[in-house]
Design a protein around this ligand. Structure first.
Ligand SMILES: Cc1cc2nc3c(=O)[nH]c(=O)nc-3n(C[C@H](O)[C@H](O)[C@H](O)COP(=O)(O)OP(=O)(O)OC[C@H]3O[C@@H](n4cnc5c(N)ncnc54)[C@H](O)[C@@H]3O)c2cc1C
Length: 435
C-alpha cells in the first residue's frame, strides 16, 4: 500500500470468517473497504475443527455463495465416543433430517474455504491485502482514525477488529482485558490426506456423505476438553481441544499438547481410520472461552470488534462453535457501518446498532443460552470418571470370563449406585440442569 492511499470507509483487520464476512457485506453495500491479513492469503493462518452450521447464517449470504462455496462434506452421521484407558463406547446418531437437502452443516477446511471467500470479497469490490500486519491503531487526537501497518498509516472512518482470539486491536482500544490462560483453550489439529473411497469405507459413509465424531474421556488425561474427527472430501481432520489452564497455561508446550495428539492417534479407535494417510497440515490455535460477563466490549467510537476477537464462541468442551457466530457478527458489523455512513456519524452511539442487532440475533441469544456450559464442563468427573465407568459397565455386561459370568443386574447396579447415584454424581446431575 502507498502511504498516500486515500482514506477508505472501512478497514477490516483479519481475513478469517468474521473479517471476510464483514468486508464482503460492506463492499456489496457500496462501502470502500480495505481488508488486511497478515497471512500469505486468507485461510493461511486460520484453524477450525471444522464443522460449520449453515442454518443460522444461510440467509446472510447470497444463495449462490453457498452453491459455489468449497464445502467438504455434509455431516450425515454424528458419533460420541466415550474413552476409558483401554476401552470405549460409541454412540452413533444419524437421522432423516441430517440427510435432508439442503444439509444443515458441513465440514470445511479453512485453507480452502477462506481462500475462496477472499476471492469473492475481492470480486465484490473490497481491496484484500495479504501479508499486511496491522501493528497499531492510528489516532487523530483521541479519535481512532485507522490503523498502522508497519511504516504505513492507513485511514478509515471505521476500523473492524477481526483479528482473532488474541485481538491486540481490541486490547489497544481498551475494550478487552489482558490475556489469561483461564480465558482460553488450545486447539490442535492434523489434516490427514486419504482417498475419498477409503474415508467412506472406514467411516461407513455413502459416497459424498460426511461424519463428525467427538471424543470424551481418557484422551485428555483428566484435563477439560475433548477430541474431534471430521471427514473432508479427501482428508480427515483430527484434533483435540484442551483447557489452556490445565495445560499449565503454555500454548507452546509442544511436549504436552503434541504428545496428547500423538497418543490419541495411536488409540485403536483412531489408528485404523487414518492408517496409510499422510499428514498434510498441522496447526494449533487458541480458542476464547470467556464467561459471558467477561466478553470484551464490542463498540467504541470508530471501531467495532467481531468474531473470536469479541469472544463470540460457544465452547462445549468437546464441541467448539465459532464459525457461524464469526460470519454473523461480521455481517452485522458491516450493516451497522453502512447505517453509520448514511448518517455520517461513526460515534459509539451510532455504531452501537451493531450491538443491538447482535443482541436480537441468534449470536447473543445462543452465547447467553449456553453461558452455563463452561462451568458445568469444568467438572473433572466428566473426563476421568463417567467415560471410564460407562466403559467398565459395558465390559461387565458383555464379557464372559473363564469362570463364566456373574448375574448382570448386581454388577451393573453396583456401578450405577457408586458412580451416578453417589453424592458427587447427584451434584453433577443437579449442575447439568442449567445447560
Ligand atoms: C482446533 C479448533 C477447532 C474448532 N472447531 C470448530 C468447529 O468445528 N466449528 C466451529 O464453528 N468453530 C470451530 N472453531 C472455532 C472457529 O474456528 C473460530 O471461532 C473462527 O475461526 C473465528 O473466526 P475469526 O474470523 O473471528 O478469527 P480467525 O479465523 O482466527 O481470523 C483472524 C484473522 O486475523 C488475522 N490477524 C490477526 N492479527 C492480525 C494483524 N495484526 N494484522 C493482520 N491480520 C491479523 C489472522 O491471521 C487471521 O487470519 C475451532 C477452533 C479451533 C482452534
Amino acid at each position: 500500500m502507498d502511504s498516500d492511499e486515500q482514506k477508505v470507509d472501512l478497514i477490516v483487520v483479519g481475513a478469517g470468517l468474521a473479517g471476510l464476512s464483514c468486508a464482503y457485506e460492506a463492499a456489496r453495500s457500496g462501502l470502500s473497504v480495505l481488508l488486511l491479513e497478515r497471512g500469505d492469503h486468507p485461510g493461511a493462518k486460520n484453524v477450525s475443527g471444522g464443522r460449520i452450521y449453515i442454518e443460522p447464517v444461510r440467509d446472510l449470504m447470497p444463495a449462490k455463495f453457498w452453491q459455489d462455496a468449497p464445502l467438504e462434506r455434509p455431516v450425515t452421521s454424528e458419533s460420541l465416543v466415550l474413552m476409558g484407558p483401554s476401552s470405549s463406547v460409541t454412540l452413533v446418531f444419524s437421522s432423516e433430517s441430517m440427510r435432508a437437502d439442503p444439509p444443515s452443516s458441513y465440514t470445511i477446511l479453512r485453507s480452502r474455504f477462506d481462500r475462496w471467500f477472499g476471492e469473492q470479497v475481492e470480486a465484490s469490490g473490497a481491496f484484500v491485502v495479504p501479508q499486511a500486519v496491522a501493528t497499531g491503531l492510528l489516532r487523530d487526537g483521541d479519535r481512532i482514525a485507522g490503523v498502522r501497518a508497519g511504516e504505513e498509516d492507513l485511514e478509515a472512518d471505521v476500523v473492524v477488529a477481526a483479528d482473532g482470539a488474541l485481538s491486540f486491536l481490541a486490547r489497544e482500544a481498551g475494550l478487552a482485558p489482558g490475556l489469561a490462560p483461564a480465558g482460553h483453550a488450545l486447539g490442535i489439529k492434523e489434516v490427514i490426506a486419504l482417498d475419498p473411497g477409503r474415508i467412506e469405507d472406514r467411516l461407513a459413509l455413502a459416497p459424498g456423505q460426511g461424519a463428525a465424531r467427538l471424543f470424551l474421556g481418557d484422551l485428555t488425561r483428566s484435563m477439560v476438553g475433548g477430541g474431534f474427527l471430521y471427514s473432508n472430501r479427501d482428508s480427515i481432520s483430527l484434533g483435540l481441544v484442551v483447557s489452556l489452564e490445565d495445560l499449565g497455561g503454555r500454548p507452546d508446550d509442544a511436549d504436552g499438547s503434541h504428545a496428547l495428539l500423538d497418543a490419541f492417534k495411536e488409540r485403536p479407535e483412531i489408528r485404523p481410520l487414518v492408517e496409510g494417510g499422510e499428514t498434510v497440515e498441522y496447526s494449533a490455535h487458541l480458542i476464547p472461552e470467556l464467561p459471558v460477563g467477561g466478553l470484551p466490549s464490542r463498540v467504541t467510537d470508530n471501531l467495532l470488534v467481531v468474531g473470536d476477537a469479541a469472544g463470540l464462541v460457544i465452547y462445549h468442551g468437546i464441541t467448539v462453535r465459532g464459525m457461524d457466530l464469526a460470519m454473523a457478527s461480521g455481517v452485522l458489523a458491516a450493516r451497522a457501518c453502512v447505517k453509520a455512513r448514511e448518517a455520517g456519524d461513526f460515534s459509539a452511539s451510532a455504531l452501537s446498532k451493531y450491538d443491538r442487532m447482535l443482541a436480537e440475533s441468534f449470536v447473543m441469544r445462543d452465547v447467553e443460552r449456553h453461558a452455563a456450559a463452561p462451568g458445568f464442563l469444568a467438572r473433572r468427573r466428566l473426563y476421568e470418571t463417567y467415560p471410564r465407568e460407562i466403559c467398565d459397565l459395558l465390559e461387565d455386561l458383555f464379557r464372559v470370563g473363564p469362570d463364566g459370568k456373574e448375574r448382570l443386574y448386581p454388577a451393573a447396579w453396583k456401578r450405577v449406585r457408586r458412580t451416578f447415584l453417589s453424592m458427587e454424581g447427584l451434584k453433577d446431575l443437579w449442575a447439568a440442569r442449567k445447560l
